[in-house]
Ligand binder design. Structure first.
Ligand code: ADP
Length: 217
């Protein structure tokens, strides 16, 4: 069970990965969350990453690869993991292939207008990183995380100009991974055309697909 969730920022990969991973008993590893944790703790990685992230740029490959390698060497990854937000460049994908055998890459296909609406209305828990959305996925209590009761905050990379840049960078640097994994024969697409589609239903649809595929591996 070593899976990758691919897709543009705002395509839902983090939201779905956080629901599916506990059902499969594997960790959900989001490089964005790992960076935000490092930023909060003011580590060397956090200080370097913040500069890139605030501008909407990708953090340099060597930093992210080192951080990810260390994370997947942890004991909790022995039975697998779901990667969300990694790899994001061909170089990262090549490095990952050297350190782990990926069995399935799931690509989230979501139209750009939905992505922009989602990104500009997203709030996250400052403590556990859980994702909410002021339009479509509201917390039970305004401003408070349903999971851990942490405070919900806007991310610093949500300005319209920064969102635009993140989407351009996705097209240039991350979208080529679709071909990379298609050529490896492990790519599967999941489509969501509805802004209001329930995340739990979508997560269930993806989980069913993953389980069907896993039975055939
Ligand atoms: P989103 O997918 O919505 O952009 P993430 O939380 O995955 O959100 O990522 C936020 C930011 O963290 C990215 O814009 C980038 O600066 C940095 N980041 C996360 N993962 C990577 C990665 N694999 N390579 C380089 N930068 C990354």
């Amino acid at each position: 069970m070593r899976k990758i969730f691919l897709g543009a920022p705002g395509s839902g990969k983090g939201t779905y990965a956080s629901r599916i991973a506990p059902k499969r008993n594997v960790p959900h590893i989001s490089t964005g969350d790992l960076f935000r944790k490092n930023i909060k703790e003011k580590t060397g990685i956090g200080i370097k990453a913040k500069e890139f992230m605030d501008k909407g740029d990708l953090v340099s490959d060597d930093i992210v690869i080192e951080m990810l390698k260390e994370r997947i060497e942890n004991e909790d990854c022995q039975n697998g993991f779901i990667l969300d937000g990694f790899p994001r460049t061909i170089q990262q994908a090549e490095k990952l292939a050297e350190i782990a055998d990926i069995d399935i890459a799931v690509n989230m296909c979501v139209p750009n207008d939905i992505i922009i609406k989602r990104l500009s209305s997203r709030v996250i828990c400052k403590d556990c990183g859980e994702i909410f959305n002021t339009l479509t996925l509201q917390p039970k209590q305004e401003g408070i995380c349903d999971k851990c009761k942490g405070k919900l905050i806007w991310r610093t990379d949500q300005e319209p100009e920064v969102i635009k840049k993140r989407l351009e960078i996705y097209e240039e640097q991350t979208a080529p991974l679709i071909i990379f994994y298609k050529d490896k024969g492990i790519l599967h697409h999941v489509t969501c055309n509805d802004l209001y589609q329930s995340p739990d239903e979508m997560a269930q649809k993806i989980l069913t697909k993953i389980e069907e595929l896993a039975n055939n591996i």
